[in-house]
Design a protein around this ligand. Structure first.
Ligand code: IMP
Ligand code: MG
Length: 178
């Protein structure tokens, strides 16, 4: 199968993202007590989580990591509104301060679902690090404690974010400019 990518307009460059990740790591290190556990939501946050973890390393923080896989989009550009759990944690997070890592906070349903799940598993506290926050679509009351960038109301791709599971490999964040 061949895929012909459409042009993508750059919104946040690789360098801007790297600089912001370093700042986020410092914010997290200051706010979170020892024993940091990162839980990243697959698949959209895989690149952000990897870079954030390295940024934490560079300032002497040594978090542990696990993933959960949730879905709400089902491949298109509109959220279905239903969050489905595909794969839960393998590690025990009971009693741990957790930072939940996601790519983008939009309606808030995904992060709300994930936060409840982690609290139910006994996390001592759950804070949220969202690479992007897209205002104007919030359906549930939830806020991110750490936000990379507030973004415009466009469908974004790159740096882990996908359209139909493509464009994740882009090292920058942008939008389809057709
Ligand atoms: P929420 O549950 O509506 O907050 O949506 C969050 C999830 O929808 C994110 O974790 C993303 O996976 C996906 N999503 C929301 N907006 C975009 C976008 O602009 N591009 C790609 N995925 C998105
Ligand atoms: Mg996601």
């Amino acid at each position: 199968m061949t895929f012909s990518p459409e042009p993508v307009s750059v919104l946040f460059t690789e360098q801007q993202i790297a600089e912001r990740n370093a700042e986020l790591a410092r914010e997290i290190a200051e706010a979170v007590p020892p024993g940091l556990f990162l839980v990243a939501l697959l698949r959209g946050s895989f690149m952000f989580a990897a870079d954030l973890m390295r940024a934490l390393h560079h300032i002497g923080v040594h978090p542990q990591l696990d993933f959960i896989t949730l879905s709400s989009y089902g491949g298109g550009m509109k959220s279905s509104g239903n969050v489905t759990l595909h794969q839960g944690l393998t590690e025990d997070i009971a009693g741990r301060p957790v930072v939940l890592v996601d790519d983008i906070l939009e309606s808030g349903r995904t992060l709300f679902f994930a936060k409840q799940l982690l609290l139910g598993l006994g996390a001592k506290e759950v804070r949220i690090a969202a690479l992007l926050e897209k205002p104007g679509h919030r359906a549930v009351q939830i806020d991110a404690d750490f936000v990379g960038f507030v973004c415009p109301d466009k469908f974004l791709v790159g740096y882990g974010l996908d359209y139909g599971n493509y464009y994740r490999e882009l090292p920058f964040i942008g939008y389809l400019s057709r």
